[in-house]
Design a protein around this ligand. Structure first.
Ligand SMILES: [Zn+2]
Length: 411
């Protein structure tokens, strides 16, 4: 099965034709108007031709921090009823999530479908596991993963949104979710939620070791407290040989303590290959993106909860979230805006698969070379930076070499 993409500009560069074989990029050639399926060396009928019409070609999005199980995308807008703090917000969600206008499965499927239609083909989703929902939410995300298995790759984090220690019976449920196919172990605010950071993290790392899965720590803790929890994560990553298998999610205040701490954390993240997932929050005090990139720390982007009981933000469009990442970091230079798109695409992909091509700095634009997976997005725009500003809808989404969406609709 071959695909020929005619007349696209990889990362905004010269007009090219792309040949795809067996889900991988097999050729990147200067555009030749005479190039047809037959001329590409294949029998007519063996090759699907995608007309690029001079559009940009970039890697498809990787949403590495999304809560598919809490979404209200597509439902009537609902007044925000959450209060301050993670526990209060969690209880607000717990009170309401079962009473949505349509069943959970429909909501999860609809949200994932819309994400794919807008250009996301790689996903790492949370599935909340606790004594209230048990595996109900996890099962819905698992079913959506199966439903869309030919359109996107979905990883699932078994996520202790309500902590691990506060409610009797949570840990065995986490174990059950991992046994049933969750392929990432989650942790959350080890100090401020469970108030017993060593015990919380020992359970997280213990279950990750038992099921041989990577770890994602959801960290909302501020300043010094966030750094303290992060140091406990660093200590365990080093001691247990978990290099390359730990992601710090949110962790949006690690750069707020001191310059020396910022530098030390970036060095330790690089040394232990700890990655970072951001949802582009408005909060300042984040580790500086250019320094993370220079140090080779893998970074990805996500939409977090989308129009749910936690937040009215998020619309399944990672291009909008890319704009938000650039905006909240004050990026104006084209190189940095384009780097935001690189984070949202190949950056996240290197979190999902540590052996994938990694970003080597803010000017590096990988992902469209011979041998790369054909996870691609055709997008209208003059340049990559202008496409992030304008966020057009003339898009074609390719997963494993096949068109899975066009003009913001699944095909
Ligand atoms: Zn989140």
């Amino acid at each position: 099965m071959n695909t020929l993409i005619r007349a696209v500009r990889p990362w905004g560069q010269a007009l090219s034709d792309i040949l795809i074989t067996d889900g991988k990029i097999a050729g990147v050639e200067p555009h030749d108007p005479a190039r047809t399926a037959g001329a590409a060396g294949a029998q007519p009928g063996d090759v699907t031709v995608v007309e690029g019409r001079g559009r940009l070609l970039v890697p498809s999005f990787s949403d590495v921090h999304v809560h598919l199980d809490s979404t209200r995308i597509g439902l009537p807008f609902r007044e925000h009823t959450g209060g301050p703090g993670v526990w209060t917000m969690m209880m607000n969600d717990r009170k309401n999530w079962r009473n949505a206008e349509v069943p959970l499965q429909e909501r999860v499927n609809n949200t994932l479908g819309r994400m794919i239609a807008r250009g996301t083909t790689r996903v790492r989703s949370y599935a909340q596991v606790d004594v209230d929902c048990r595996l109900e939410r996890f099962d819905a995300v698992m079913a959506a993963k199966e439903q869309f298995k030919d359109q996107a790759d979905v990883d699932i984090i078994a996520f202790p949104q309500a902590g691990l220690l506060l409610e009797e019976g949570t840990v065995p449920l986490m174990d059950e979710a991992l046994k049933a196919g969750a392929n990432v172990m989650g942790g959350i605010d080890p100090c401020s939620l469970d108030r017993d950071p060593a015990r919380h993290l020992d359970i997280v790392f213990g279950l990750a070791e038992k099921y041989q899965v990577p770890i994602d720590i959801h960290l909302h803790e501020p300043g010094e407290l966030g750094v303290f929890s992060t140091d406990l994560v660093i200590e365990r990553t080093r001691a247990l040989g978990m290099q390359g298998k730990v992601t710090m999610s949110h962790a949006y205040q690690l750069g707020s303590v001191s310059e020396a701490t910022t530098r030390r954390l970036i060095e330790e993240f690089a040394e232990l290959d700890i990655s970072m997932a951001s949802v582009a929050p408005s909060i300042s005090g984040q580790l500086p993106i250019p320094l993370l990139a220079e140090a080779g720390v893998r970074m990805g982007l996500g939409e977090d909860g989308q129009r749910d009981y936690w937040s009215p933000y998020g619309n399944t469009d990672m291009l909008d979230r890319t704009w938000q990442l650039a905006f909240t970091h004050g990026f104006r230079k084209d190189e940095l805006i384009e780097h935001a798109l690189a984070i949202a695409t190949v950056g996240g992909a290197s979190i999902l698969d540590p052996s994938a091509t990694r970003l080597k700095g803010t000017a590096h634009r990988p992902g469209i070379e011979v041998g790369d997976p054909a996870e691609l997005l055709l997008l209208d725009g003059e340049t990559v930076a202008s496409a992030v500003m304008d966020r057009g809808g003339d898009r074609t989404v390719i997963h494993r070499g096949k068109v899975v969406a066009d003009q913001l609709e699944l095909v």
